[in-house]
Write a protein that binds this ligand. Structure first.
Ligand SMILES: [Zn+2]
Length: 191
């Protein structure tokens, strides 16, 4: 075998390994979570921390990127209530992590989470400009950390500017918060 043969093999390996990583952008791998919690018990905090771990794993995965980029609504590759953005632009907006209340792109999910108890069917709520999301312990306490990832992702997508219809319809499931919240939970189950 000649030196140039090995050189050729080395180059092919380099190209192949580069391609296998090229699918997920660096910002997906470095995506972080900065979550502050208020009035939580230690077991509630532990659930949030587990959810944070899963969210980071999912965002870093090629499966998440693929699901977001290939999402379809009404037969086209797009989300409902997409603010005029393509799937690729929505994916980039997630990686940028610029919340309405902060605006700077810091490649992270920044959230403050408060818990409260109310005997209603409301899982949680937030207001657009607030850095807080409020979670009803009636539901939160029965949720697994995987289910909590969906809730956190949904509310956080509101924080980076996405909205949906107030009342249920089939098309609401294709809005960015509902659709990507669901994708998050499905993929979080792998971790
Ligand atoms: Zn919502």
């Amino acid at each position: 075998m000649t030196k140039s043969f090995f050189k050729a093999v080395a180059i092919i390996i380099a190209i192949a390994s580069h391609q296998s990583f090229a699918a997920v952008p660096t910002l997906a791998l470095t995506f972080d979570t900065n979550i502050a919690t208020y009035n939580m018990t230690s077991s509630q905090e532990a659930k949030i921390q587990k959810a944070e771990y899963k969210i980071k794993k999912v965002i870093a995965s090629d499966a998440f990127r693929t699901r977001v980029l290939n999402f379809t609504f009404n037969g086209a590759k797009k989300f409902n209530n997409n603010n005029g953005l393509t799937n690729a632009q929505i994916y980039q907006k997630i990686l940028d992590g610029a919340e309405n209340f902060k605006t700077a792109k810091n490649n992270a999910m920044d959230l403050n989470i408060k818990v409260y108890y109310e005997n209603t069917s409301t899982v949680g709520y937030t207001t657009p400009a607030s850095s807080y999301i409020n979670m009803n312990t009636k539901f939160f306490n029965t949720y697994t950390s995987t289910q909590v990832t969906r809730n956190m992702m949904h509310e956080w997508l509101h924080k980076i500017g996405f909205d949906h219809a107030t009342f249920y319809s089939v098309s609401r499931d294709s809005s960015v918060p509902y659709a990507i919240g669901k994708i998050m939970e499905e993929l979080a189950a792998n971790y």
